[in-house]
Design a binder for this molecule. Sequence first.
Ligand code: NAD
Length: 497
Amino acid sequence: MSVIPHLINGELVTENGRAVDVYNPSTGQAIHKLPLATRETIQSAIDAAKAAFPAWRNTPPAKRAQVMFRFKQLLEQNEARISQLISEEHGKTLEDAAGELKRGIENVEFACAAPEILKGEYSRNVGPNIDAWSDFQPLGVVAGITPFNFPAMVPLWMYPLAIVCGNCFILKPSERDPSSTLLIAQLLLEAGLPKGVVSVVHGDKAAVDALIEAPEVKALSFVGSTPIAEYIYSEGTKRGKRVQALGGAKNHAVLMPDADLDNAVSALMGAAYGSCGERCMAISVAVCVGDQVADALVAKLVPQIKALKIGAGTNCGLDMGPLVTGQARDKVSGYVEDGVAAGATLVVDGRGLTVAGHEEGFFLGGCLFDNVTPEMRIYKEEIFGPVLCVVRVNSLEEAMQLINDHEYGNGTCIFTRDGEAARLFCDEIEVGMVGVNVPLPVPVAYHSFGGWKRSLFGDLHAYGPDGVRFYTRRKAITQRWPQRASHEASQFAFPSL
Ligand code: NAD
């Protein structure tokens, strides 16, 4: 079994000590050993970042952007290799892996605009012979901690922008599927990034705690589950760090009686079962306005769920691969059991699925529950698997109340032909990202990504304009060049025009 190294100060580094196995979820076999960084290893990445910062901070933004242009090309040239690595360790299909990489590359393209996005603000003549401007300066050493479900895209939400803003970045990817993340960081060095500006360290809670506790780390970007997001936010902010911590989700799709049902069903199939439901924007609840819509929806979904093509993600032409680990598969199966015990109607049961030739893989077929009610655990909690729950309500207002009462507020969507209903929904819904006839409203890279309520801790969303604000601090400069002959008397009143 090969050992996956850290990437510190431009060098691949291995260490003896605590390690975990990385699995291929399609075969159920351990394929790599992953060392878990010690405090000393984390400190060496911090030291490298600190040493690289002064020169990188003073590198012209246009030069930093040139690295991003080359990086984008390398990512595109290596798409097949990266997708293969994602699929091998995460389990998602190759097409899905290529899709996440493309959405990640969007963020590199946005970062290519560094000279434009860092231009600052300037006001001439704010007073007699006085000009003022705001400059956006880097924070220094910043760190990112990322989840397993998008090993390429989520890190790319963070460090391209952080580094074109002049920071040095330490990435702690998920321990479950780190190989594509590491390869991508190596491509960034190949693109000409000076060593130390980005390091990748593998690890678990101990590594994350070392980053939280290090005074040199000025900001933390986190994406993962809500309990860990809350922990990182409270521990980080307690130490005076800037933190954006994106957490879990329960995303509802509202189906209005006038919706184009066939298109809504196609959209829901991809949004609920794509990537085996392991997406923070996956639709896991279909809220049907009226029994007629619910009956028709269930009737149309059942044959499509039963026909899902499920197999090893690295085979082409599939709809769904396995879950990421055996533990994740068992957890999702446990929720299915729980839903049945709570009285929901299990219309399609995907448990017990085996894939020929991959009998040890972590597979679970698509599951569908009808008659789900708000007090059930399968409604309240994030399942993070291929399970769609149908909730029946009588009106749009009732649907919106249900969504607004939920603890999570990441994404949601409405399927309708009624502009008035859609407008009301967009205005009043307590959710950070909203789709109208769009099931996965993941904002493009030049808008920002983030949920509301317990789906995000912190003020600024990820990437886009909020990302620029997160990775820079404003300095406001007021400058006066008096005319030589003039003399101005002391002024004891507060300066004003
Ligand atoms: P996770 O919270 O288990 O792990 C995320 C990261 O935190 C990993 O790098 C992990 O090593 C680290 N970590 C785990 N336990 C820790 C602890 N006790 N202390 C400190 N660090 C710890 O999440 P996951 O299972 O990798 O990813 C799935 C979750 O991520 C889901 O809840 C999903 O909704 C969420 N997610 C959210 C978004 C979003 O944008 N809101 C995007 C993707 C995933």
